[in-house]
Design a protein around this ligand. Structure first.
Ligand code: AVJ
Length: 343
């Protein structure tokens, strides 16, 4: 049929639970009364936000008026989709349109329409580590895509695993990789470069990437987006505590913590923290251990780096990629950068 998916990644529940546990053990083992706690506070990685509940709350965030990135990127794709599609038309055909972390597929839909109308011959390969995400995407878009005559093949896989599979299944086919939504912002500059460099090793000279970057802007706008007045982002952040309760038998009381998000101009990044309202002790069953929190001690849960055009260009080039063209909205709040793998 038109829609199918391949599972490359064996989802080993026990292994991923162990990974989460190790991560929590390392991130929360800081003793805040010690000297070096200032430079090395308690931390948890934003990658653990996205369990089923967290993914659902994130979808809610993307619909908030205050959260500009999603609708701004959508507007960019609507505004520049024609030009982007024509870029791919002049390349050798056909194309593998690969998407890393497709979400609900709403933004991609716009790009797909432009590609079809421009006459670009392509097949669409969304890649996600979560089987549920791929199944939901295929189920939601099934009918639309059928009408468009689009061939879609979902891959339940790690990003790099999926790209490697494509190289063996469709050798020599031109790849266009979408990494939208400014997910790259969760990496600091060093790790963003490492990520792009690794991506490049799975691609061939001439292959393209379209990467979403959130731009530096008035911190008040950022503040409003990441500490929204409706408390949705707070729920998103606090869900991490509830996830530890659910999966690790922890005894966090989410009411005893609050969400705190601010822009750090030194780093050029938004930071999200969970701050303890009081001195407290939390038992984590899976660790057989208590974790202590001082009053107003924080756990850093997310970086969301913001970029300038210059930084995007420098980062791309450092990773062996060329910046072909940068597409932005009229306020320059967001940029989709079209990159090419250099020979
Ligand atoms: C999914 C990583 C793009 O950094 O803007 C939204 C996650 N965090 N609100 C972002 C997020 C707080 C989002 N990304």
């Amino acid at each position: 049929g038109h829609f199918s998916y391949t599972k490359l990644h064996y989802e080993d529940g026990a292994a991923s639970l162990k990974q989460f546990l190790d991560h929590v053990a390392a991130g929360l083992s800081v003793d805040a009364s010690k000297e070096d706690a200032i430079a090395h506070p308690k931390t948890l990685s934003s990658m653990y936000f996205y369990d089923d509940k967290g993914s659902e709350i994130y979808q809610e965030i993307t619909r908030l008026r205050e959260y500009y990135p999603t609708r701004t990127e959508l507007a960019i794709l609507e505004r520049h989709g024609q030009v982007i599609a024509n870029r791919f038309l002049s390349n050798k055909q056909p194309i593998n349109l690969v998407e890393l972390g497709a979400g609900d597929g709403h933004k991609t839909e716009v790009l797909l329409q432009y590609l079809i109308h421009a006459g670009v011959e392509f097949e669409y390969f969304p890649i996600d580590i979560s089987r549920k995400a791929i199944e939901q995407l295929l189920r939601a878009k099934d009918q639309e895509w059928l009408e468009l005559g689009l061939k879609c093949h979902g891959l339940v896989a790690d990003h790099m695993e999926g790209l490697r599979w494509l190289r063996t299944q469709r050798p020599g086919v031109h790849n266009v990789v979408l990494f939208l939504g400014s997910s790259i912002g969760n990496y600091d500059l060093v790790n963003a470069e490492k990520f792009l460099r690794t991506l490049r090793t799975e691609l061939s000279p001439g292959d393209n990437l379209l990467v979403g970057f959130d731009m530096k802007k008035d911190p008040h706008i950022l503040q409003n987006a990441y500490a929204d007045p409706h408390g949705v982002t707070a729920r998103f952040n606090l869900n991490l505590l509830e996830r530890m309760n659910r999966e690790l038998g922890a005894s966090f009381d989410p009411d005893q913590f609050f969400h705190h998000a601010f822009y750090n101009p030194g780093l050029g990044s938004m930071e999200s923290w969970l701050v303890s309202k009081c001195e407290q002790r939390v038992y984590i069953e899976a660790l057989q251990r208590d974790v202590m929190f001082l009053a107003y001690e924080g756990v850093r849960t997310e970086y969301s780096f913001k970029y300038t055009r210059k930084q995007i260009k420098r980062l791309s080039e450092a990773a062996g990629l060329g910046l072909v063209e940068a597409f932005s909205d009229e306020n320059q709040w967001f940029t989709d950068a079209l990159l090419v793998v250099k020979g």
